[in-house]
Design a protein. Structure first.
Length: 226
């Protein structure tokens, strides 16, 4: 029976030589895939197409159907990365493919950002934000999960109230894999200066600011790092 694993286990197993297979169509594979993954589309998953795989080595897929199909083809060390490529991208982990050359939000976001908790006062949220040069302060729990957002206009009144009592619920967030161009366009369209960046499980990763990103032309990473 295929075993379900998370992104940490994927990284551990691949470091140990596990084989990584993406079963999405070729076009999607060429655009973006996990490092080292080979492409065997699900519709062509048979004994002939898997001949290059070693049956005595673990095989990782991110597709339930593919995991069971591989087991039926004689592979007994099959692992299913259930959250899949979306989860991998959301954590800003390395990728390969045509689109991997272009900067994503994770490449431009600011990581040193202010935070406060539900029972912190607005005065404390204001102090932390201004110390780091921000006009907002994310409200997080002890696990770093975003619960809300304090904006500058909120701390212009009573500074003694708690962050929880006035925070904006459900603030717009970007995933780190979102393209810089798309993120900048979205913020411009809504006339917003910034947005929080969170992982797929809601953890705060940073803040993406339109003004900083607009100063940089979107060019391939290979040219940026050359």
């Amino acid at each position: 029976m295929p075993k379900t694993i998370d992104r940490d286990e994927v990284q551990r197993l691949t470091r140990q030589g596990a084989q990584l297979v993406e079963v999405l169509p070729g076009k999607q594979y060429r655009e973006l895939h996990l490092p080292g993954a080979i492409n065997i589309p699900l519709h062509s998953l048979d004994q002939e197409s898997v001949a290059a795989l070693q049956k005595d080595n673990p095989v990782i897929v991110y597709c339930y159907d593919a995991a069971w199909r591989l087991e039926s083809l004689g592979f007994d060390k099959v692992f299913d990365y259930v959250p899949g490529k979306v989860d991998w991208l959301a954590y800003g982990l390395p990728v390969e493919g045509e689109q991997a050359e272009f900067p994503m939000v994770i490449d431009r976001m600011e990581r040193d950002v202010p935070t406060c908790q539900l029972d912190d006062s607005l005065a404390e949220a204001k102090r932390r934000a201004e110390k780091l040069g921000f006009n907002l302060c994310p409200v997080v729990n002890k696990q770093g999960i975003v619960l809300g957002l304090i904006r500058e206009e909120m701390w212009k009144d009573d500074l003694d109230v708690s962050a929880e009592s006035v925070m904006q619920l459900g603030p717009i967030t970007f995933r780190p894999s979102y393209s810089v161009d798309d993120a900048t366009e979205f913020l411009s369209k809504h006339d917003w200066g910034s947005a929080l960046v969170t992982s797929s499980d809601g953890k705060l990763m940073g803040i993406f600011r339109r003004e900083l990103s607009a100063e940089k032309k979107q060019i391939p990473k290979s040219e940026i790092w050359a």
